[in-house]
Design a protein around this ligand. Structure first.
Ligand code: ARG
Length: 453
């Protein structure tokens, strides 16, 4: 079969070349490719580059292809080099010679750039919706957690008592920022490269502003060379996906820990865990593990997209074809992980044990601070108390008023009550801190934000 670019070639492409250079990843861009061509045809008609009959024929043909695509009956041939060639070939089958006018004033370089922009604009909306659902699952779990108090950790050592809800809501806040990141990328994506041609535009009276308008994008490219060479918007989209994956991965790691006998914080539903082929007692959190694993692969794809750009001379280079496989892999990883982790959290039965009383050490120190003791001195006094108790094999919960007074006379007889972790949370009052009022405020705030993400 003669290629669309076959004019100067004395023989057809070798099978080796074909196998190596053709990548079917872009078949996913079929709908966007047709949409781009429809706008292009409308622009060409308006600019007088197609007569009304030609414009109508091409539009009719493209609409028929669009219908085939929507029904899932569009047929790709092995000989189609990419999605753009496939659509143009099919248009020829449907409308005959007029199809040869479709590529007027256009190149596959601006076309490929446009298709991916249109696609990512759509998937950004889907990922935003998925992130909102996930965040709402975290808010729901936080509501269910009520006033349960757990150890909050730093260095994976028990640090301060916190409402379990506060811990869960941290992930909802992260997801909200991930949503905002997708919103931000939108601005860079919604710029039309159509009309840049191969790299330098055209001698024909094409109208890139009109193309952008027809595509309902924010505007056209500023520089035609940049329009076909740039992929920073793809990398930015990839970063939005990767950062969201990394957030999910942190939660996934916690889910794995929580499901251990050692932590014993969570039980996931049977339907969302897997068994072992060898050990009858096993119940494995595979969803969490694979989310963590796919975050690793996502980082690889993001790194790939950055590296892909760094050594390329202006303008389009075939290397750029690799952008699609990388960003699609990332986007799929996020879509799948969001769905699975949302289900896992929704199914979870949380039953975390209470914190060790030592998490109230800061509260004892702050009681002294309220009485005018410099914080550093208060810290030392409580440190001495802990070491004296440890020497006798006692915990902070077992401290008597006399033990406290011995390290600092400003401790009062009622102060041992401060060693209750629930009391520690109840007394905490700083804004946004780990206390029950803050949790209520966060739930209300997040529900409002997530209602219209
Ligand atoms: N399949 C190509 C890609 O994805 C389309 C652009 C091809 N352009 C070219 N001059 N060979 O990048």
């Amino acid at each position: 079969m003669t290629k669309m670019w076959g004019g100067r070639f004395s023989e057809g492409p070798d099978e080796v070349l074909w196998r190596f250079t053709v990548d079917h990843s872009d078949r996913r861009l079929l709908a966007e490719d047709i949409a781009g061509s429809l706008a292009h045809v409308a622009m060409l008609g308006g600019a007088g580059l197609l007569d009304p009959g030609e414009a109508a024929a091409l539009t009719g043909g493209l609409e028929a292809i669009s219908e085939e695509a929507a029904q899932g009956v569009f047929v790709f041939f092995e000989e189609d080099e990419d999605v753009h060639s496939a659509v143009e070939r099919r248009l020829g089958e449907l409308v005959g010679e007029a199809a040869g006018k479709l590529h007027t004033g256009r190149s596959r370089n601006d076309q490929a750039a446009l298709d991916l922009r249109l696609h990512l604009l759509r998937t950004a909306e889907e990922r935003t919706a998925g992130l909102a659902e996930f965040a709402l699952a975290m808010v729901g779990a936080a509501e269910k957690a009520g006033r349960t108090v757990v150890p909050g950790y730093t260095h994976l050592q028990q640090a301060q008592a916190v409402p379990f809800a506060h811990h869960l809501l941290a992930y909802a806040v992260m997801a909200w920022r991930d949503i905002q990141r997708f919103r931000g990328v939108r601005e860079r994506l919604a710029v039309s490269p159509l009309g840049a041609g191969a790299l330098g535009g055209s001698s024909l009276p094409i109208d890139p502003d009109r193309s952008a308008e027809l595509l309902e994008l924010d505007g056209r490219f500023v520089n035609s060379m940049d329009a076909v060479a740039a992929r920073d918007h793809v990398a930015e989209y990839a970063f939005a996906c990767t950062q969201a994956m990394v957030h999910l991965s942190r939660l996934a790691e916690e889910c794995v820990l929580w499901a251990t006998a050692e932590f014993g914080w969570a039980t996931f539903s049977d339907a969302l865990t897997t068994g072992s082929s060898a050990m009858p007692h096993k119940k494995n959190p595979d969803i969490a593990e694979l989310t963590r694993g796919r975050a690793a692969m996502a980082i690889g794809s993001l790194t790939g997209l950055m590296s892909l750009q760094k050594g390329l001379p202006m303008t389009y280079n075939r290397d750029l074809q690799e952008d699609k496989a990388a960003v699609f892999a990332l986007d799929d990883a996020l879509a799948g992980s969001l769905e699975a982790m949302t289900a896992l959290i929704g199914s979870a039965d949380f039953h975390p044990p209470p914190p060790d009383p030592s998490v109230t050490a800061l509260d004892l120190a702050e009681a002294l601070v309220e009485r005018g003791v410099p914080f550093r001195a208060a810290h030392h006094a409580v440190g001495r108390l802990l070491s004296a108790l440890a020497a006798e094999g006692r915990t902070l919960a077992e401290a008597a008023p006399a033990d406290l007074e011995e390290v600092d006379p400003r401790f009062r007889p009622e102060d041992p009550a401060l060693t209750d972790p629930v009391e520690s949370v109840r007394r905490r009052r700083s804004k946004g801190g780990a206390n029950f009022t803050s949790v209520e405020e966060q739930i209300e705030y997040l529900r409002e934000l997530l209602a219209a993400p």
